[in-house]
Design a protein around this ligand. Structure first.
Ligand code: ADP
Ligand code: MG
Length: 276
């Protein structure tokens, strides 16, 4: 087993004198090695908090995180992060962004360059080695971000709404790209989204989280073959089941489903999603 989340509770102390914010309530879950597990829940429910705890960037209030038998207490070196806000370094080229983690680890230059170039080739970035992030499309930037993470061979990859700011066509393409990687490399991936379609397309398991504080309300095992056909009867049926659970629990996911209606600039995703 790759990762155990053991009865995790998290509350943030109040800064203003109001009560504390309870973000996570008894999150108890096991992720098997090689699984693609998606946590789906509304904006503000506690998804990022959960990933930050697994990454060792945030402390639990109670509970434990065990990664391959070792408890995570501080910043965990063997965890890969692809967070929306983990932007690429603008002053580094594609190649320099991808090989930076290896550089920090002290890998000799020739070795890390050849590793980075291999990722550049596999990730369809050939010809863009010397480009800076601003010279790349959003989809290419996220591929660089994923390459930068995977080149370090993390034990588990954490992805926090990595495609949320992309237009729907690019988003679909990157989902397909990620699904392909997941199959080839058998990565253990913890993925967070508030997009049901994305969850159904990618996941081996889909964990539905409640409104804040996040509790696990359902754990779907998805046994559909990959690559998946989004329009298949099975995918539709699963989407329907997930939406039913969300409806029963009065969970409303942020209005991101229709790309053409997404707000320009990407802000305002959380509006009206918390219901409190
Ligand atoms: N550092 C922090 N201090 C205080 N409250 C926080 C902090 N980080 C997140 N929160 C609160 O915890 C709740 C869950 O946040 P978050 O995990 O970011 O949700 P999500 O990623 O699901 O949108 C929100 O109410 C948020 O305001
Ligand atoms: Mg978040």
């Amino acid at each position: 087993m790759a990762l155990e989340l053991i009865h995790i509770h998290k509350e943030y102390a109040s800064k203003t004198g109001e009560g504390p914010t309870i973000a996570l309530e008894d999150i108890h879950y096991r992720v098997e090695a090689g699984q693609f597990v998606t946590f789906i829940g509304p904006s503000g429910c506690g998804k990022t908090t959960l990933l930050r705890i697994v990454a060792g960037l945030e402390k639990v209030s109670s509970g434990r995180v065990i990664l391959r038998g070792e408890e995570i207490t501080g910043q965990a070196g063997r965890v890969g992060l692809v967070f929306q806000e983990y932007a690429l370094f603008p002053w580094r080229t594609t190649l320099e962004n991808i090989d930076m983690g290896l550089e920090i680890r002290g890998v000799p230059k020739a070795e890390r360059r050849s590793a980075a170039l291999e990722y550049i080739r596999q990730f369809g970035l050939s010809g863009f080695e010397a480009h800076y992030p601003r010279q790349l499309s959003g989809g290419m930037q996220q591929r660089v971000a994923i390459a930068r993470t995977l080149v370090l061979n993390p034990r588990v990859v954490l992805m926090d709404e990595p495609f949320a700011s992309l237009d729907s066509q690019t988003r679909n393409a990157l989902q397909e790209f990620l699904a392909g990687i997941g199959q080839q490399r058998n990565e253990t991936i913890l993925f967070v989204t508030h997009n049901v379609d994305e969850a159904v397309f990618l996941s081996d398991r889909i964990v539905v989280l409640s409104n804040r504080p996040a509790r696990i309300v359902r754990d779907f095992e998805v046994n559909l073959p990959k690559p998946r056909d989004r329009t298949s009867a099975e995918c539709n049926e699963l989407r329907r089941e997930i939406l039913k659970v969300l409806g029963e629990q009065k969970i409303s996911l942020a209005p991101m489903a229709s790309g053409s209606l997404a707000p320009i600039g990407g802000e305002g995703r959380g509006e009206g999603a918390e219901g409190s």
